[in-house]
Design a binder for this molecule. Structure first.
Ligand code: SAM
Length: 289
């Protein structure tokens, strides 16, 4: 069955079997097979422009802010002085846009495997693509796994904004990847990785947290609501090298007027704390990690 029905795009994937989110399409703005994946940009009736990779919705104009703010500010506000940040993946530019807002961040290095994603984001998704051109950002095209092998003790924060663990992103969920990130951090450094949804993939979330716990003295899983992600919720695994790191209690608290100036629509210190308060079935599973 073709995923594009007359006028609608449906997200059908084995990662969430038997269930599918659909978006009504106004226009297909771009579609091509890159070296790594099927890259599509849609103009949708209700959610603005959307990026779809290998048939999976990556972000929509309406709700991308929640994911981008949280994957950036949960680790940034858990660190006492986040000056240097590495972003792995994130080719749409949304995470770079958010990280660049943090006043203490001086340098952002980004490594994205697929130049096509960078190209279409700058062309069609400027609400996110703008982040790629920020003066704090140095952009590299390459595999994040290989990139990390060449970097030791350089970053305060490493954010992995990857697609799901199929195709080019599969290696970014392995324990060996967490090991490489650990080596690339400065003392007291923090990692934050897209880690999937507990509703559809609890085993996968538990396993990713296990990889992190095996290497970092402090590790947690936090969640964010995103209506157009499968199950409406996605989470992040965070790991810290310092035992003084406590992800549940932000070190940096921005005032409301600071948050307004930074155009923050989802994140504040209370939302930060709440991200780590999880339902019982998730806590029980993660306690076994
Ligand atoms: N917010 C999104 C989500 O979770 O649905 C993630 C979006 S972002 C577009 C994911 C990016 O990771 C893609 O552009 C993809 O090309 C990139 N990526 C996948 N594997 C990678 C790898 N091994 N190294 C660097 N980038 C990678």
């Amino acid at each position: 069955m073709d995923a594009i029905k007359p006028g609608w795009f449906s997200e059908i994937n084995d990662l969430w079997p038997g269930v599918s989110l659909s978006l009504e399409v106004v226009k297909i703005l771009h579609r091509e097979r890159s070296q790594y994946q099927d890259v599509m940009v849609l103009d949708t009736k209700s959610h603005g422009r959307a990026l779809i990779l290998d048939g999976i919705i990556q972000c929509t104009e309406n709700d991308e802010f929640s994911y981008q703010e949280m994957i950036a500010f949960l680790p940034l506000c858990s660190h006492p002085n986040p000056k240097t940040v590495l972003i792995v993946g994130g080719g749409d530019g949304g995470v770079a846009r958010e990280v660049a807002k943090h006043p203490q961040v001086e340098k952002i290095v980004q490594v994205e495997i697929d130049p096509k994603v960078l190209e279409v984001s700058k062309k069609y998704l400027s609400y996110m693509g703008v982040g790629l051109d920020h003066p704090k950002v140095t952009l590299n095209v390459g595999d994040g796994f290989q990139f990390l092998k060449q970097h030791t003790g350089e970053f305060d924060i490493i954010i992995t904004d990857s697609s799901d663990p199929v195709g080019p992103a599969e290696c970014l969920f392995q324990e060996s990847y967490f090991n490489l990130m650990k080596s690339a951090l400065k003392p007291g450094g923090i990692v934050c990785s897209q880690a999937g949804t507990a509703w559809a993939n609890l085993d996968h979330v538990t396993q990713t947290l296990q990889h992190c716990k095996a290497l970092f003295p402090v590790a947690s899983y936090g969640v964010v609501s995103v209506p157009t992600y499968p199950t409406g919720q996605i989470g992040f695994v965070l790991g810290g090298l310092s035992t003084e790191t406590n992800f549940k209690e932000p070190k940096k608290v921005f005032s409301n007027s600071e948050l307004d100036q930074m155009n923050m629509k989802y994140y504040d210190h209370d939302v930060h704390r709440a991200a780590f308060i999880l339902p019982r079935f998730i806590t029980k599973a993660l306690n076994k990690a």
